[in-house]
Design a protein around this ligand. Structure first.
Ligand code: SAH
Length: 225
């Protein structure tokens, strides 16, 4: 008789199939999502997204959808992560990136997987604690801070790129100040239902701005908890 304990549920549900599930997710991002950068696709192929969400939802980890991570927040949809990452590195791989809104830690981990030095800040301490545990378990060297991202992280500025992963009515001026010349800032800007994904580039002549299309993010909120 076969012992019911021979097959661990995590091996059956995730370990055995998650690589195949990720491969399929990446194939879809390429064919239907129009994601072209193989470096980005590869980062999403190797990073186990199911480890960034609670176990009850892990069977849905490789669907192209945002999922709740607690405290009313969400892990971004894989397509959005891929799109933002692609836009961030398109004009050259940044060395140092600041992320506003650590959340689950997934977006920051994608950037770290690309070899980028990542600094990430989060206003909700409980989420940051869980994200830090994930960084540790995955052996990713990511610096993080419990702070309101409206002030950025001046101590390590300037950054080659800044990625804001929460929606605001306008670009936060402090963050533009912490961007190096030639640097890129990506942020969802708009109302609470839908935002425009903006890419700003800081040049010697000033700031240029592009609209990369509509996205939906949870709001950028003031203060820490
Ligand atoms: N990048 C995340 C998803 C972002 S969800 C991931 O990959 O999972 C948006 C996150 O931004 C939430 O965790 C929210 O708490 C955080 N946030 C909102 N306003 C913030 C602020 N002012 N400063 C720092 N973090 C903020």
């Amino acid at each position: 008789m076969m012992s019911p304990y021979l097959i661990k549920p995590e091996a059956k549900g995730l370990g055995m199939t998650s690589q195949r599930a990720r491969d399929r997710m990446v194939d879809r991002l390429r064919s239907e999502g129009g994601i072209r950068d193989e470096r980005v696709l590869n980062a999403l192929r190797v990073l186990p997204r199911h480890l960034f969400i609670e176990e009850a939802l892990s069977s849905r980890a490789y669907e192209d959808t945002a999922l709740p991570i607690g405290k009313g927040q969400t892990i971004s949809q894989p397509w959005v992560v891929a799109k933002m990452t692609e836009a961030l590195i398109e004009h050259g791989m940044p060395k140092k990136v600041l992320e506003i809104g650590t959340g689950s830690g997934y977006q920051g981990s994608v950037l770290a997987t690309l070899g980028i030095e990542v600094f990430t800040v989060e206003r909700i301490e409980e989420l940051l604690r869980q994200a830090r545990r994930r960084f540790r378990n995955l052996g990713l060297n990511i610096r993080s801070k419990h702070v309101d991202g409206h002030i950025g992280w001046a101590e390590y500025a300037p950054f080659d790129a800044i990625i804001v992963t929460a929606g605001a009515a306008a670009i936060v001026p402090e963050l533009l100040e912490q961007l190096s010349e030639g640097g890129t800032l990506i942020a969802p800007v708009g109302g609470s239902n839908v935002q425009k994904l903006l890419r700003l580039r800081k040049t010697i002549d000033g700031i240029s701005q592009e609209d990369l299309g509509n996205v939906v993010f949870v709001p950028l909120v003031t203060g820490i908890i």
